[in-house]
Design a protein around this ligand. Structure first.
Ligand SMILES: Cc1cc2nc3c(=O)[nH]c(=O)nc-3n(C[C@H](O)[C@H](O)[C@H](O)COP(=O)(O)O)c2cc1C
Length: 350
């Protein structure tokens, strides 16, 4: 069976969202947000904070394995930090060679390294030598900085340096996140290296996943924004839910949002929680128009308890939401009559 991975997304797929999305089901693995390596060895506590899965066997609460991602450009510092990261026993160490952020690229890190295949090779070799044999070292790359002329050289340099597998995000740095993703390039890279290649980029639907696999020739796919826009995408791909999203699923998504906020409250400073949930909502709008109503209703709220209250009121709306959907979202019937606004957020009609 082919594998599905949840992509690393710094500032978005934090520990709590990884937990919620992998608990929903369908993923075989996930990756931490990148940990940036500069001129020091970060202590264990950084990994325990950035990737708290390591405190429970490097798995999310649903048992999904988690890999720690490092980002940096100096082979020696990367090796020392990878050794320290290994001491918390992640399922693997992944190296980020795709980050397009200016702040990272200005210092020669992330996607800028794709102009220097020999440096990629040095980094992976040093890291591989520093990490115990039982922990896989993998790499994630884009197709190049401004063009694809070095794509094969980069992939070969990474594989020869000791990367056990490669995730290929099928765009250059300059493409940013603009569609399309050039899946045909993943096929070329796959043909050139001896290690497994995982296809990544622009998979939003089951149909995209099918086309991505057909064009790239890769069985395994990593999904980023598509999984945040539709938390059931991995289940749909597995054939465990309807192939396309429907309005009937929205109450379950509302339940996930409330769950996300409650878990965030245990971890994040109160001032950040509302921003995180709004960010997730902005992705959900792509799939469910009801997300727009909720976004409008909470736009000015900064208190996550108030946001949860809005969600719970909507979930308690008993107008046209069938009892079985409320039960699926873990809700009891509500004694208080709901308002038109509650109904709009719930996606029901009074
Ligand atoms: C908000 C955001 C943060 C990201 N952070 C990381 C990161 O920390 N490490 C990484 O390798 N890629 C990162 N990426 C890239 C994704 O992992 C993925 O390669 C990219 O989004 C393409 O896949 P998609 O079209 O399925 O989203 C990030 C992408 C987004 C949108």
């Amino acid at each position: 069976m082919s594998q599905l991975f949840l992509a690393p997304m710094e500032g978005l797929a934090d520990y709590v969202l990884r937990d919620v999305l992998t608990s929903t089901g369908g993923f075989d693995g996930c990756v931490s947000e990148f940990v940036r390596v500069t001129g020091s060895v970060l202590p264990r506590s950084v990994y325990e904070r950035e990737a708290p899965e390591v405190l429970r066997g490097a798995r999310t609460s649903s048992g999904t394995p988690m890999v720690i991602q490092l980002l940096g450009s100096d082979p020696d510092w990367m090796a020392l930090n990878a050794a320290m990261a290994s001491s918390v026993s992640p399922h693997g160490i992944d190296l980020n060679f795709g980050c397009p952020a200016n702040i990272v690229n200005r210092h020669g890190g992330g996607a800028m390294l794709l102009a220097h295949p020999e440096q990629l090779n040095r980094i992976v070799s040093s890291v591989r030598a520093a990490v115990p044999a039982g922990i896989a070292v993998t790499a994630k790359m884009r197709l190049g900085v401004s063009d694809t002329s070095l794509a094969i050289d980069c992939a070969t340099a990474l594989a020869e340096g000791g990367a056990a597998s490669l995730v290929v995000h099928a765009r250059t740095r300059d493409h940013g996140y603009r569609p399309p993703a050039h899946w045909e390039w993943i096929a070329r890279i796959d043909a050139a290296v001896d290690v497994p290649v995982v296809a990544n980029g622009e998979v939003w639907t089951v149909a995209d996943w099918e086309r991505c696999r057909a064009v790239s020739g890769c069985a395994d796919v990593m999904i980023g924004r598509g999984a945040v826009s539709d938390p059931f995408l991995a289940l749909r791909i597995r054939g465990l839910m309807d192939r396309t999203p429907s309005g009937e699923e929205w109450p379950a998504v509302l339940g996930q949002l409330a769950d996300y906020l409650r878990k965030l409250q245990l971890r994040v400073a109160v001032r950040h929680e509302h921003g995180r949930v709004k960010k997730w909502l902005s992705y959900l709008k792509r799939t469910w128009p009801q997300a727009e109503e909720l976004h409008a209703a909470i736009r000015r709220l900064h208190d996550s308890y108030e946001i949860i209250e809005v969600i719970e009121r909507a979930l308690a709306c008993n107008h046209s939401m069938p009892a079985r959907q409320r039960a699926a979202a873990g809700l009891l019937d509500h004694a208080t009559p709901c308002s038109l606004a509650d109904c709009a957020i719930a996606g029901t009609v009074q």
